[in-house]
Ligand binder design. Structure first.
Ligand SMILES: Cc1cc2nc3c(=O)[nH]c(=O)nc-3n(C[C@H](O)[C@H](O)[C@H](O)COP(=O)(O)OP(=O)(O)OC[C@H]3O[C@@H](n4cnc5c(N)ncnc54)[C@H](O)[C@@H]3O)c2cc1C
Length: 511
């Protein structure tokens, strides 16, 4: 290791969700301790700290939706609830002794690259600065709630909150509750709260395709076996992962045959849960299967068969003191409004002011849409590695498969920089452009481009969110660092230049 070795090589991890925690662990495992993890909230966990709404759970099987290097034999069910995932993450932080690297309640609000020093200066919300040779940005892709703009929102006299900021002080028992939105959070929250509320009114803008979840509890025996024979856990993960990959084309390829299979499955799910044909009609989507996120639930549609649940398809006109008024003039009086309206798309936007080479900001670089080489590095922003960046979201399997590949890529860059006296690595513009042309070129074969509007699409109409293919392909292409893809600046070059300058000065001064 060079003189700019581990202690001299500060690394910043921004965010302490799955990505930040996974990166911290891998650094530690490689014997690199010179990192600090900044987290703006008061605890680690990211998604699984913030989303505590009733019914909140992962929709990729837990054996796959967990870190490959720390598998958990104790998952209580196939799709674990939020608290169990948060417990898992808290356990990892303690087990790996990551707290000593953690700065909670510290938001990074600005980052500027110093080319001469080959380092980033990060500024916190408290005005402190921190110098990092490498930044691993694990700020999440679906982290900040998206609030709708509806006339009169401030006039409502009851309680109103977003699913991602659930207000546990509000007791919903025997209350009239409205849920606005019918996406991935709504399909979890609606069937969970329906039995306890007096009346539940669900406001639907567009229906989604819902496939069965086949969720089940793991028996005590299954868990004991997984503890006793860890290879069984690995086999289970392997099979579940490959099942998700095999089924992947159903939800990402634009294929009439595959869409027909998905549509059939979803309609079967609808038929077995809803008997009323008129209600079924209202709950049937009018876009191609897979174009918007496919939802999974065993009991969402069945909730609408309950006497106390009403589906409203008339658009909301305004919110007023007593409740929500729809465009047909009907007032739906409620005590509580739950906004299940999703998240701001963080993976295709600069998280805060990030200024790279030549004073150019990331927001400027992404003005015409977010692009990054393999979703990780952006030309002009050296030594900055994004975890969950543009075009790294999977439609069909665990995000963490992508995250782990990104961590490995960054780790290899860090090790190279530490051992070879590299000042910075900046991905080559031509390499980045070629990669993104390939990604966008494939998008036209993806079902997301089949004509619906969805949160996958950015303002430029392009999909900068999802990876158009299998996760294994992304992993194979991304987990290895190819230094030739990067413009590499060495400290050594400068030293040699300085020596040449000094020698020339010496010559000039010679009599
Ligand atoms: C309800 C829900 C369910 C989901 N279910 C699944 C699933 O089943 N399968 C799947 O693959 N994916 C799922 N996802 C996607 C999920 O976001 C990812 O799987 C994963 O949790 C992302 O981890 P992360 O660490 O990248 O980001 P996050 O978990 O979002 O963590 C980012 C962290 O960064 C912190 N942060 C942000 N900005 C700053 C800053 N400027 N300074 C300091 N800290 C900052 C945040 O506070 C947060 O703690 C789900 C998402 C949601 C919202």
């Amino acid at each position: 290791m060079s003189e700019r070795g581990s202690t001299d090589f500060p690394i910043a991890i921004i965010g302490a969700g799955f990505a930040g925690i996974g990166a911290a662990f891998r650094l530690k495992q490689e014997g690199i301790e010179s990192f600090t993890m900044f987290e703006r909230a008061g605890e680690i966990g990211g998604t699984w700290r913030d989303n505590t709404y009733p019914g909140c759970a992962c929709d990729v099987q837990s054996h796959v939706y967990s870190l490959s290097f720390e598998q958990n034999p104790y998952w209580s069910r196939r799709f674990s609830e939020y608290w169990e995932i948060q417990d898992y993450l808290l356990g990892l932080v303690d087990k790996w002794e990551l707290r000593e690297h953690l700065q909670l309640n510290t938001e990074i609000v600005n980052a500027e690259f110093d080319e001469a020093a080959g380092a980033w200066t990060l500024t916190t919300d408290g005005g402190e600065t921190f110098t990092a040779r490498v930044v691993l940005a694990g700020v999440g892709g679906l982290v900040d709630p998206a609030y709708p703009t509806i006339d009169g929102m401030d006039d409502f006299s009851g309680e109103m909150f977003h699913t991602a900021r659930w207000n546990h002080d509000v007791d919903l028992t025997s209350k009239n509750v409205a849920v606005v939105g019918t996406g991935a959070s709504a399909v979890q929250v609606v069937p969970t709260i329906a039995p306890e509320v007096a009346k539940l009114t669900v406001f639907q803008r567009s229906a989604g395709w819902v496939v069965p979840k086949f969720d089940t509890e793991y028996s005590a025996r299954a868990k004991r076996l997984a503890v006793r024979f860890p290879f069984l856990l690995r086999v289970s993960r392997f099979l579940k992962y490959w099942l998700s990959e095999i089924l992947g084309p159903l939800v990402f390829l634009d294929s009439k045959i595959l869409s027909a299979i998905g549509t059939w499955l979803s309609k079967w799910n609808l038929r077995r849960q809803v008997k009323d044909p008129e209600l079924r009609e209202k709950l049937t989507p009018d876009f191609q299967f897979g174009c918007k996120r496919v939802l999974i639930s065993d009991d969402y549609w069945a909730a609408f068969e309950r006497d106390n649940v009403e589906l409203v398809t008339e658009p909301i006109d305004a919110i007023q003191r007593e409740g929500l008024r729809t465009k047909d003039g009907v007032l739906h009086a409620v005590d509580v409004i739950v906004l299940a309206t999703g998240y701001l798309l963080g993976l295709a936007a600069a998280p805060f002011r990030v200024v790279g080479l030549g004073g150019r900001s990331l927001a400027e670089a992404w003005e015409k849409g977010a692009v990054a080489y393999k979703g990780m590095t952006v030309s002009g922003f050296p030594n900055w590695f994004i975890m969950m960046g543009p075009n790294t979201g999977p439609g069909h399997t665990s995000v963490l498969v992508f995250t782990e590949a990104q961590i490995e890529h960054a780790l290899q860059a860090i090790k190279k920089m530490m051992t070879e006296d590299i000042k910075y690595c900046d991905v080559r513009q031509d390499v980045q452009d070629r990669y993104n042309e390939g990604i966008q070129g494939r998008m036209k074969h993806m079902v997301w481009a089949s004509g619906c509007t969805s949160w996958y699409l950015s303002n430029d109409g392009k999909n900068h969110s999802l990876f158009p293919g299998f996760a294994w392909e992304y992993v194979l292409r991304s987990r290895r660092l190819h230094l030739a893809d990067y413009q590499v600046a060495y400290f050594e070059d400068e030293r040699q230049l300085e020596e040449v300058d000094t020698a020339e000065e010496g010559l000039a001064a010679a009599p």
